[in-house]
Design a binder for this molecule. Structure first.
Ligand SMILES: [Zn+2]
Length: 78
């Protein structure tokens, strides 16, 4: 488990759910749930999810648009 910064290989590659969730800033469970619902693009390889940089970036942008399900930062809701 590496916690290196967001420097990625230039060639197409995918991230494990744990890595993608860390980059998005959500839990792995949330990520997998969203992926299963089709809210986040992901590739299922066997029983494991893989996420492209694009999908991760989209997920982050998507999270900016709508209020995420209440987690840590839920005090902005009136
Ligand atoms: Zn990457």
């Amino acid at each position: 488990m590496t916690m290196t910064a967001a420097v990625c290989d230039p060639c197409p590659h995918t991230h494990h759910a744990e890595d993608a969730a860390a980059r998005i800033g959500c839990s792995v469970i949330t990520l997998k749930r969203k992926a299963a619902r089709g809210e986040i693009r992901g590739t299922k390889v066997g029983r494991e999810w893989r996420f492209s940089d694009e999908a991760i970036a989209d997920a982050i942008r998507d999270g900016e648009r709508r209020p995420a399900p209440p987690r840590r930062d839920s005090r902005r809701r009136s």
